[in-house]
Design a protein around this ligand. Structure first.
Ligand code: ADP
Length: 398
């Protein structure tokens, strides 16, 4: 089946057309600065290798952006399909599914209403995700749409892991609890790790380390705990997000700096993490380069990042009652050997033995980086969120 995967953000829209039989991407790209100024469009035809990078293209709203995408996909010279009838379904990434959804679903009025309702919990994401769904409903009323939620895979957590020790009514009335995010990636990577281990009953810790980062503990295919919470701000230290801190810190900063709630939110979401500590960039490559050149703040940012991931691994080994494999994924987890090294160093006493030499080698595909003597396997697994969304859409449409 051919599935068009859409990830609609507030001012950007990523798309990827995937053939689920061959698991190949036919075309992909991104519309950026939608509704702002100087809108740009990037398109890559993966069949012919034709590329358009950041081409100025007027896109005053999401409707025009999606029209641009659909026209390009059907373009006589550089498109990959002859008409939209070739597309079997559209798969949308939606950030928050709350407690309603533990799997992907076909779009209907009730699903749309629930995604709207959940905008309270994800005000930056759910309304933007919905824009994509509503535009497709208008433009392609006969094409089935499926939504895949970032939170769904984490819905198996037991209550003692997902509840916060706050007054009961904050949970019952406001739905304050841990939800977890990056679920599609955690599902894909834990399944793949299980395959590589050659057993279904397995204890796996997935470290999804990108600009956003989260860790999950997966037992026999089910999440039992994860590091992100009510929002993606919780857990490990990230590019610009603080991760776990004393919950009194934001209140203290607010009072002392005379900030509003939204200014404080921005400070913790956009100005903290690697950027807050290093000061110059939130990009892990920049942190590494500066550290190698002797920058003390970069070294501290790197050490804090590794320490915080390592602490989660320790905690999840206890939660799982052991561990068979640790799987690294995401831009940092897949590419930054220094991150894997800094995280795994010193864990040999737990049977976690990284092959430090092999770990330095950039090898494409899924790779085992643990020593043959290691009791716990250490994998690098390339995440494939778009393929997962396409597979879910194909499964539901069938
Ligand atoms: P997002 O959460 O935006 O999807 P990604 O998964 O693309 O993020 O990860 C982006 C992060 O991966 C950045 O911090 C970037 O520096 C890091 N990264 C990408 N490639 C490399 C590399 N070769 N070495 C070290 N870090 C890398």
């Amino acid at each position: 089946m051919k599935i068009l995967v859409i990830n609609s953000g507030s001012s950007s829209l990523k798309f990827e057309l995937i053939d689920t039989e061959t698991k190949k991407t036919l075309a992909k790209g991104i519309c950026e600065r939608i509704g702002i100024s100087n809108q740009i469009f990037t398109y890559k035809n993966k069949v012919t290798g034709y590329n358009e990078i950041e081409k100025p293209t007027p896109m005053q709203d999401h409707k025009v952006a999606i029209q641009v995408v659909l026209e390009k996909l059907q373009d006589k010279t550089n498109g990959v399909i002859s008409s939209m009838d070739d597309v079997d379904a559209i798969g949308h990434r939606v950030v928050h599914g709350g407690e309603y959804f533990d799997d992907a679903v076909l779009v209907n009025d009730d699903v749309i209403k629930k995604i709207e309702e959940l905008a309270d919990l994800a005000p930056l994401h759910n309304p933007a995700n919905l824009m994509g769904i509503k535009v497709i409903q208008k433009l392609l009323p006969n094409t089935p749409q499926v939504v895949v939620f970032d939170t769904a895979f984490h819905q198996t957590m037991p209550d003692y892991a997902y509840r916060y020790p706050v007054p009961e009514e904050d949970y019952t009335e406001l739905k304050v609890r841990k939800y977890g995010f990056h679920g599609t990636s955690h599902k894909f990577v834990s399944n793949r790790a299980s395959e590589l281990l050659g057993k279904k009953d397995s204890k796996i810790i997935v470290c999804h380390l990108g600009n956003g980062a989260s860790i999950s503990a997966v037992k026999n295919g089910k999440v039992i705990d994860t590091s992100m919470g009510l929002t993606p701000l919780a857990g490990v230290m990230m590019g610009t997000r603080c991760g776990d801190i004393d919950p009194a810190v934001p209140l203290y900063i607010m009072q002392k700096r005379n900030l509003s709630a939204s200014e404080t939110d921005t400070r913790l979401n956009k100005k903290s993490g690697l950027l807050g500590i290093f000061g110059k960039s939130s990009d892990f490559r920049d942190v590494q380069d500066a550290m190698i050149n002797g920058d003390k703040r970069a070294k501290l940012a790197y050490e804090m990042f590794c320490y915080r991931v390592r602490s989660y691994i320790g905690s999840y080994i206890v939660a799982l009652g052991g561990v068979d494999a640790i799987a690294f994924t995401g831009g940092i987890g897949e590419n930054a050997f220094r991150a894997r090294e800094g995280i795994c160093r010193g864990l040999e006493f737990l049977g976690i033995e990284l092959d430090y030499e092999k770990n330095k080698e950039m090898i494409s595909g899924d790779v085992e980086y643990s020593k043959p003597t290691s009791k716990v396997k250490i994998y690098k697994i390339e995440t494939a969120e778009e393929l997962m969304i396409a597979n879910d859409a194909a499964r539901l449409v069938k």
